[in-house]
Design a binder for this molecule. Structure first.
Ligand code: ADP
Ligand code: MG
Length: 705
């Protein structure tokens, strides 16, 4: 059954209607502004409210005019004494003279239209003005004050003005106006946070917190640790943990199954391996086996740096399932990777006389039919594939285990769909991108995890260096020598843009150039827009050593395994994130040769890019790199936000709120233990929270099912 069908039953609680009103409903927000906001922020009032200030302007300073510091932001009540209006067509500014008991100032306007300034600052009247003041030829000037109000309307002048992250096309005034309207619609909501936590941290209620975050008075109020920000962050984390827990526990109503094979196939596999398992592989295999022996459904994350040997670990789990007569599926994020898993698993299973199946979106109809038939009648014990495995109409005779490789590219939903394709399906998630614990919790909930924290022996460390790209000619000359000696290299082409098209273009240009410069190396090109056959042929030439150089876009990022390649060149390394560079680098250092990685960058480097390249040069440790990545880039991108559909936080900042995440998980445990189906007042409140964060799927899981 397609789980999507359950999701539609969700109905948003009435208490949240105002928050989920479209932004155009707010005063001062027309279609155009709403359109801009939608692109940058979201389309509902609540999205706007989650757009938090990054600064605060203090307008409380009212110095005597002679004491004003150059460049200071001041607020002054002055009497307008004279207008010096420029003649029409003149480019002179319009100058207004004003004074108070402490001195005189000039207020300057450039390029004014009509009598706007006269209306704003009527001659002979008092006005409160606020803006940045500067000393110019011994006089204080304020050009284009931020605010001008009549004294009787002093209340309209914000004493503290929030500064929002600016997005193109949006002025501060536009956002502030819209926000004002949004804040007027903040309803009081019942409390969902444990009273003990509220008391412990002195957190305000939800609506108070929402009001307060938008009315900061000091830099201190902007800190993630301020009570109102921390509270809102906790809300978000609580919703996240609750949704994951519900999806995990309540959706798996049917019992898991016990998979306890006789070990026959696994023994055979091990006997035929040309190497022995590492200690870490052995341990993780046992951890998985323990889960498989239990009647609870398994959800285990296996983290292992690139090259740690995860495939074999997964295969052992699949063989255990096969020993009991059930089937396994391995879901890979890309076609290249699926094919590669298929090739290496086929090779490992060959001595056992087992043939796995391969299912891709694009494949010959006859092959596809055969695979589908084998899956449906149970003839295929192990199937490897892409998203195609998730399609409607893809059925298994008896699916017992789903292995999801490189999970950070899939979302929770895909896991659910796979889970629905069998009875009590165990799920094993394999990731090469080491995920810090806090992040793993937000992406998967409180799942079990195993670390393959040891590499197969004999791996040589990779030496990483960097060079500015204008030295490319030297690099190519050097490459010519080492490729002639028989070494093999990857040349990764720049990430130009989000769009594949430009990446491909850049790769093709570089390829043409390298082919001309290094004809003897027989360079091959692979990129994401190629048809599979051409790409496979190119990969095969490289794998067999016929081609010494592989020019590629990031399609080789995950999983490509050509052990004898020992040189990795990453062009425009400054455009890559740490995790991605580490993945790419992991393509080398797999064989017997000492390997090297060269990061070609375009100068000048930004501070972050410098930091990233330095970390790469310093460390080969995926976990350390992931932690640094989290610090430099934030969680969304570490998880691969765009592809993942996994949580992306707007209010919580995991670098600061990691502790709150643990507390949120504890509250979730407590609630689900006492009240697993979320009944009563407490249940209603939690459902409201889930709806507030649009974790609708979790809510419908409760309602439906
Ligand atoms: P990853 O964890 O990156 O998916 P793979 O499973 O692709 O790693 O394994 C990387 C390479 O290491 C493969 O060529 C595999 O055959 C080899 N390998 C796996 N386990 C061992 C081991 N215990 N000893 C030696 N080589 C191993
Ligand atoms: Mg792998």
């Amino acid at each position: 059954m397609n789980p999507e069908s359950r999701y539609r039953r969700f109905q948003r609680p009435e208490a949240l209607f105002t928050l989920f009103a479209p932004l155009v409903a707010l005063p001062g927000v027309g279609d155009k502004l709403a359109g801009l906001l939608k692109k940058k922020i979201g389309s509902h009032v609540v999205d706007l409210l989650r757009h938090l200030p990054v600064g605060v302007i203090d307008r409380t300073k009212r110095p005597a005019i002679p004491n004003i510091e150059h460049g200071a932001l001041v607020t002054l009540e002055v009497l307008v004494t004279k207008h010096d209006k420029p003649p029409r067509q003149s480019r002179r500014p319009w100058r207004v003279f004003a004074e108070n008991e402490t001195g005189q100032i000039e207020i300057i306007f450039f390029r004014t239209k009509g009598d706007y300034v006269e209306k704003l600052l009527p001659l002979g009247q008092k006005r409160i003005i606020s803006g940045r003041a500067e000393w110019f030829q011994h006089k204080v000037q304020i050009a284009h004050p931020d605010h001008v109000v009549a004294p009787e309307k002093a209340g309209q002048l914000p004493m503290y003005e929030p500064v929002y992250p600016l997005t193109a096309g949006l002025t501060p005034k536009m956002i502030q106006k819209a926000m004002q309207g949004g804040l007027e619609r903040v309803p009081a909501l019942p409390e969902w946070i444990d009273p003990s936590l509220l008391a412990r941290f002195q957190w305000p209620t939800w609506d108070q917190a929402m009001q307060k975050v938008h009315r900061p008075e000091r830099a201190h109020d902007l800190m993630p640790g301020s009570p109102e920000r921390a509270r809102l962050a906790y809300d978000e984390l609580l919703a996240n943990q609750m949704a994951l827990a519900i999806v995990r526990h309540l959706s798996t109503r049917e019992q898991g199954r016990v998979f306890a094979g006789d070990g026959q196939l696994r023994r055979q596999l091990i006997e035929h391996l040309p190497f022995t398992l590492t200690g870490a592989q052995d341990r993780v295999i046992r951890e998985i086996l323990t889960d498989q022996h239990q009647s609870d459904r398994m959800l285990r994350l296996v983290q292992g740096d690139v090259g740690a040997g995860k495939t074999l670990v997964a295969l052992m789990a699949m063989l255990n399932v096969m020993e009991t007569g059930a089937q396994s599926a391995l879901l890979a994020p890309t076609e290249i990777l699926a094919r590669q898993h298929f090739a290496s698993i086929s090779a490992m299973l060959e001595p056992l006389g087992i043939k796995p199946g391969l299912l891709l979106g694009k494949m010959k109809a006859a092959e596809k039919r055969e695979t589908l038939a084998g899956m449906a009648n149970g003839g295929l014990p192990i199937v490897i594939g892409t998203h195609a495995l998730l399609s409607d109409g893809v059925e298994f005779h008896d699916l017992g285990l789903a292995v999801v490789d490189e999970q950070h590219r899939f979302g929770v939903r895909q896991r659910l769909i796979l889970g629905e394709k069998g009875q009590g399906v165990d799920v094993l998630v394999m990731t090469a991108t080491p995920i810090p614990r806090t992040l793993a919790m937000t992406a998967y909930g409180d799942l079990m995890s195993s670390q393959i924290d040891e590499k197969p022996p004999g791996r040589k460390p990779i030496t990483t260096t960097s060079l500015p790209i204008d030295r490319a000619d030297d690099v190519i000359a050097r490459l010519k020598t080492v490729l002639a000696e028989g070494k093999q290299a990857y040349w990764i082409c720049p990430l130009v843009d989000e769009s594949d098209v430009l990446d491909v273009q850049a790769a093709e240009e570089r390829f043409t150039m390298l082919k001309a410069a290094l004809p003897h190396a027989n360079p091959q090109l692979v990129h994401g827009r190629m048809d599979a056959e051409t790409r496979d042929a190119a990969m095969e030439d490289f794998r067999s050593g016929e081609a010494k150089l592989l020019v590629a876009t990031t399609v080789v990022e995950v999983g490509v395994d050509v052990p004898q390649a020992s040189i990795m060149i990453i062009e425009h390394a400054e455009r890559f994130g740490l995790a991605q560079m580490h993945q790419l680098r992991g393509r080398v250092g797999r064989g017997h040769d000492a390997s090297s990685c060269l990061l070609l960058y375009k100068a000048p480097l930004s501070e972050t890019a410098t930091a990233r390249l330095n970390i790469m040069k310093d460390s080969n440790d995926g976990f350390r790199i992931a932690e640094e990545d989290l610090k430099l880039r934030g969680p969304g991108e570490v998880l691969g936000r765009r592809q993942s559909g996994d949580p992306e936080f707007t209010l919580a900042d995991l670098a600061y709120h990691g502790d709150l995440l643990e507390l949120a998980r504890d509250q979730v445990h407590r609630i689900l233990e006492e009240n697993p189906t979320l009944e009563g007042t407490e249940g209603e409140r939690i459902k409201l929270l889930l709806a507030l964060f649009e974790r609708d799927r979790a809510v419908t899981y409760l309602a439906g099912g």
